[in-house]
Design a protein around this ligand. Sequence first.
Ligand SMILES: Nc1ncnc2c1ncn2[C@@H]1O[C@H](COP(=O)(O)OP(=O)(O)OP(=O)(O)O)[C@@H](O)[C@H]1O
Ligand SMILES: [Mg+2]
Length: 497
Amino acid sequence: MTERFVVAIDQGTTSTRCIVFDRHGQLVSLAQQEHKQHFPRPGWVEHDAGEIWRNVERLAPLALQRAGITTGQVSAVGIANQRETTVLWDRRTGVPVGRAVVWQDTRTDGLVNTLAHAPGAAEVQERSGLPLATYFSGPRLNWILDHTPGLRDRAERGEVLFGTMETWLIWNLTGGLHVTDVTNASRTMLLDVRTLRWSPQACEFFGVPMAMLPEVRPSVAVFGRARSAFPGVRIGAALGDQQAALFGQTCFTPGEAKCTYGTGSFLLLHTGPELIRSTHGLLTTVAYQLAGEPAQYALEGSIAITGSLVQWFRDQLELISSAPEIETLARTVADNGGCYIVPAFSGLYAPHWRSEARGVIVGLTSYITKGHLARAVLEATAWQTREVVDAMNANSGLTLTTLKVDGGMTADNLLMQSVADVLDVPVVRPLASETVSLGAAYAAGLAVGYWSDLEDLRRNWHRAAQWMPAMEPAVRDREYGNWRRAVERTFDWITPA
Ligand SMILES: Nc1ncnc2c1ncn2[C@@H]1O[C@H](COP(=O)(O)OP(=O)(O)OP(=O)(O)O)[C@@H](O)[C@H]1O
Ligand SMILES: [Mg+2]
């Protein structure tokens, strides 16, 4: 019998990966391609959706070739994607209308401010489980419709379609299926997070014609068969990348949580089939939905800037030449020397949600070296995690006892130790590092019966590393106090025009 495999497409913010997995959840082959980041104005971030689709078309055969397998040996393909990034295209030609507007883009800050005072704002936030912020797709879609002449009329007539990246990929893979999954839909502000249907009120609030919205489906379900990239293969799952990581970490039981450290960092706590309202600056979001079953929910603490602060340190300040050097540089000094960096580059996300905040470096004296700055860069990620964990504990009534981590930044031992120290709980990392892709593969494999159940997947989770807290409580308290004072200094920097 020919061996069979599952493939994941991880369409991320900086790159797209195509990964082949075997039955044990082991990575068999990987093909990866970065795409161009367009920064046309300060605060604007765009991607070329056409470029991203072409990358998928090129990476698919490459990954299979590297694995030495044929399309016929692929049981299913699963998609994980950067969330909230918004793309519009022509239904007839399939050509994108302008560039995709990326989740980090802050062009809607004025609009979000205005909408916050508009009638119905409270209800829209309550229904969607999300605060009004530049982060989500709804305001972004409104902005695009307002700033492209004639577009709203075309959208009303159903000639122009909206999607987040999984919708765009499935449309292209299948040759015209216009669908989304509940996790991605739950990040638009247009979905009623309880009924899992598009909310007519929210669509009216954001001026979005419902004719342009994709059909909402469960995350773990056969969406259809691919016609290109993987001809004939079933698309078994679509999940937002952070939800995919939760799935890949096998956090299937309420109370289980993970934090993924990549461009930004995202802590998700599985809360079960009952929706828990966020009360402490977290998001209520859908964790996943298996076909024919009720949706599972999560509370999420989203941190916009973590790995991208390391990238900024490397590419804009040029103080290091590769990301891992941040650890070497930080180890040249014993502590932060009194210096703190709060990277509010796109405002602050959880738990503050301050779109008018901008980044600061505080505590500068003649004593500070680039080593101290490197420490402050890493500690910024640790303290932002602490703020989110505090909110999570307060919101859920549960107390986090260990933190499962994954993502590119978890290669940094100093950082992971620092996270354990400031949280005062053990931090554990699984053997599988590509957790986002693994989650998409698991979900797709489950949908087509490649794996039989969640228990089957749980058995694949193996611990590879652990960091134990070792910080003196008095030091922790003092440092946290300093961090919080630093955070306050970022507030109210952008004043309304
Ligand atoms: N050793 C390290 N120490 C600190 N940060 C690191 C280290 N190695 C990588 N990073 C950071 O981790 C990030 C990459 O992580 P990862 O590969 O998980 O992100 P990603 O999935 O590619 O992001 P996206 O999905 O947004 O495209 C980069 O921002 C990089 O700066
Ligand atoms: Mg990623």
